[in-house]
Structure formats: C-alpha cells, structure tokens
Design a protein around this ligand. Structure first.
Ligand code: C2E
Ligand code: MG
Ligand code: MG
Ligand code: MG
Length: 288
C-alpha cells in the first residue's frame, strides 16, 4: 500500500511531504476519535443555543442546539471538526443521545425559571447514522418523559443525505418522531440530492434554506431566484421555511418580504451559552 502511494505521488508529481501529511491526518483522526470518546464519557461537550426568529415579528420562536467540544487544554472545537469523526466511528450515536437529553434538560430548566412554558422550542440536529442505527424515537420519548416536556417543544433537524440513505427506514423513524408531537425540519435544504417525491411523502414541517443561498442573495440574482423557488416549493407543500445565515438587517427584511417564515443567523445572534440564550427571552433572571 505504501509503495502504491509512493508511485502515485510520483506520477502526480507530488512531493514526499504530501505522504507525510496524509499519514498525519489519518493518525490525527484516530487520536481525535480516542479523545472524543473520552470527552463524551467525561462530559466535556456542551451545547450552544442559536435563536430562530419569526421574520414577521422578530420574536424568538426556538433555539437550535449546536454542539461544542472543549478539550483538556481548553481548545474549543467546532462541529465541522468532530462530527465527521463521530459519524465515521459510530460515536455519533452516544453523542446524539446526549445532545437530545441535554437540550431537553436545558429547556425544562428554562421553563422552571420562567415559571411555566417559556414559549420557545429547542431544535436538535440528527445525523443520518443516528437515524439508520439508533432507535431514535424511543430516545426522544425517554428524554421528554424524563423532563416532563411535551413533544411539541422539540424540533429535529435532518439532512437530505439522511433521507436518501435508506428511505423506508428513515420514513418509519420520521413518522414515529411525528407521533410524539415533534416538528421535523429539513436542514441545509438545496445542497443535497433529495428526490422531490420524498419531500412530499415524508412528514416534513419546515425547510431550512441553506446559508450558501441566503448570505449572497443581495449580491447575486441567481441566489434570489433559488431562494424564491424554495419558498414557493415549501408553500405548495404546506411547509414553513427558515432562512439560515441571516447576517444583516437588510437580508432579514428582504426574506420577510419574500414570505420566508423564520430566520436564523448572526444578525439575530450567534450561538449562545444557555444562560445568555434564556436572557434573550426577557424573563427576570432566575434566583441564584
Ligand atoms: P447546521 O445545523 O446547519 O447549523 C448551522 C450552522 O451555521 C452552525 O454552525 C451555526 O453556528 C452557523 N451559523 C449560524 N448563523 C450563521 C451566520 O449568520 N453566518 C454564518 N457564517 N454561519 C452561521 P456550527 O455550530 O459550527 O455547526 C455546524 C454543523 O454541525 C451544523 O450545521 C450541524 O449540521 C452540525 N452539528 C452541530 N451540532 C450537532 C449535533 O449535536 N449533532 C449533529 N448530528 N450535528 C451537529
Ligand atoms: Mg441544523
Ligand atoms: Mg443547517
Ligand atoms: Mg448548515
């Protein structure tokens, strides 16, 4: 194998440092897997919460829970660094369960601090692997039971790749999640290969328009056309829409005028620590 790699490197004119670098990447992925496994066990992961706002009123309707990992040296890793490793190693299953349980605990704590339903939902990301390998609806049901939350307070975000991977199994899992009362959102819509027939058949409530179309809308007319097309598709199918990557007031106004339901992005807020997210809701600070 090493010989083959050397030959290929010569043919493509690459230097030896390319091989060394490749080896380092492979070794680092393994080191990261080991470290991530420990981090899950030692609870070194936490969730940040980014508001999703109603574009017509500006009010926060939900918070998306986004995982962060702080290693022993205090370095913080973003999901794009460790979710792929978690998916390849299967660690996404315990990580994903933890995210569902942790988000439920946080929302229940907010309700307690608000003296009743604090008025928002929480959205958790699900990976395709979790939908294929884990019995996801019972995991969500257990988290709801443990915290006393209604399923209506939970949104689950899936990607197109999850649906394409194993449509029948995924459809079963989605219907089971819907029967708990949860909302289902299609994440990063427009970047995958979804079959439009599935969109119609599956119980999807919200299309999240991928950030790549939204952030450049004001500079690129083609992006506006794509956003308009997604909005009318969603409307025809009776779905709501969330624009990702709303970074400016102008974008928020434009999307509202086009009829997009919700917006999420740096214009409203970056992902926040749980306390800061709760503070956005304007309840009196919980007694400490
Ligand atoms: P996503 O679900 O599409 O989440 C939105 C991502 O866009 C977040 O990145 C968020 O910080 C970022 N973002 C939000 N608003 C803006 C904006 O206005 N401009 C820009 N440039 N970026 C914005 P983050 O937190 O790094 O997460 C990346 C991805 O990792 C997520 O994409 C999601 O697919 C995945 N992820 C995060 N947490 C989990 C988890 O607990 N489980 C699974 N399976 N995936 C997760
Ligand atoms: Mg998401
Ligand atoms: Mg997304
Ligand atoms: Mg995304």
């Amino acid at each position: 194998h090493a010989q083959f790699a050397v030959k290929r490197a010569k043919v493509s004119g690459r230097s030896e440092s390319y091989l060394t670098q490749d080896f380092t990447i492979a070794r680092d992925a393994f080191a990261m897997e080991t470290a991530l496994r420990r981090a899950i066990e030692n609870r070194r992961l936490h969730l940040t919460y980014q508001p999703i706002c109603d574009l017509a009123t500006g009010r926060v309707t939900s918070f998306e829970a986004l995982a962060r990992w702080t290693d022993e040296d205090g370095r913080e890793y973003a999901p794009n660094d460790f979710i792929p490793v978690a998916e390849e190693s299967g660690l996404i299953v315990p990580l994903g369960r933890w995210a569902i349980e942790e988000a439920a605990r946080t929302l229940a704590a907010w309700d307690l601090a608000a003296g009743g339903n604090c008025g928002v939902k929480v959205a958790v990301n699900l990976s395709a692997i979790q939908l294929q390998r884990d019995d996801i609806a019972p995991v969500v049901a257990a988290a709801l039971a443990a915290t006393g939350l209604s399923g209506h307070r939970f949104t689950l975000e899936l990607t197109e790749s999850a649906i394409v991977s194993d449509p029948d199994r995924i459809a079963g899992a989605m219907h089971a999640l819907k029967s708990l009362g949860t909302t289902l959102a299609m994440d990063d819509f427009g970047t995958g290969y979804s079959n439009l027939a599935y969109l119609q058949k599956l119980p999807i409530d919200v299309l999240k328009i991928d950030r790549s179309f939204v952030t450049e809308m004001l500079a690129d007319r083609d992006k506006v056309s794509i956003v308009r097309a997604i909005l009318s598709l969603a409307q025809a199918l009776g779905m709501k829409t969330t624009a990702e990557g709303v970074e400016t007031n102008e974008l928020a106004q434009t999307l509202a005028a086009l009829g997009c339901t919700y917006g999420q992005g740096y214009f409203f807020a970056r992902p926040l620590a749980a306390d800061a997210a709760f503070a956005m809701l304007g309840f009196a600070a919980p007694p400490s």
